[in-house]
Write a new protein. Structure first.
Length: 108
C-alpha cells in the first residue's frame, strides 16, 4: 500500500513539473514571437516607404520632396505613434535618406 501511494505522489509531482515546464516554454515562445513580429512590422514599414519613393520616381522622374507628399499622392500610411521617420532629400536625382526606427528606441 505504501508503494502505491509513493508512486501516486511521484506521478502527481511529475505531472505538475511537466505542466510548469510547458507553461514556461509557451511563455518564452510567445515572447520570441512578439519580438519577431515587432521586427517584421519595422521591415514592412521600411519596404512600404521605399516602394512609394521608387513609384514616385518612376512615374514623375523625380524623388518626392517629403513623406507628406507620399501620403497625399501615393497612399503611404505612416504609423507615427509606433515609428519615428526621417526623410532627407540629398539631391534632385539622388535617392533620399529614409530611416525608420521604433519611437521608443529614438526617444532614449
Amino acid at each position: 500500500m505504501v508503494n502505491q501511494q509513493v508512486f501516486r505522489t511521484a506521478g502527481i509531482l511529475v505531472a505538475v513539473l511537466a505542466f510548469i515546464l510547458i507553461v514556461l516554454l509557451t511563455w518564452r515562445s510567445l515572447g520570441d514571437l512578439e519580438a519577431q513580429s515587432r521586427i517584421s512590422g519595422l521591415d514592412v514599414a521600411r519596404s512600404a516607404a521605399a516602394r512609394a519613393v521608387m513609384q514616385c520616381y518612376a512615374l514623375e522622374g523625380a524623388y518626392p520632396p517629403d513623406l507628406d507628399y507620399l501620403q497625399a499622392y501615393y497612399g503611404l500610411v505612416l504609423d507615427t505613434g509606433r515609428y519615428a521617420y526621417v526623410y532627407e532629400v540629398v539631391g534632385e536625382n539622388i535617392y533620399p535618406i529614409i530611416d525608420i526606427q521604433f519611437r521608443e528606441d529614438v526617444s532614449q
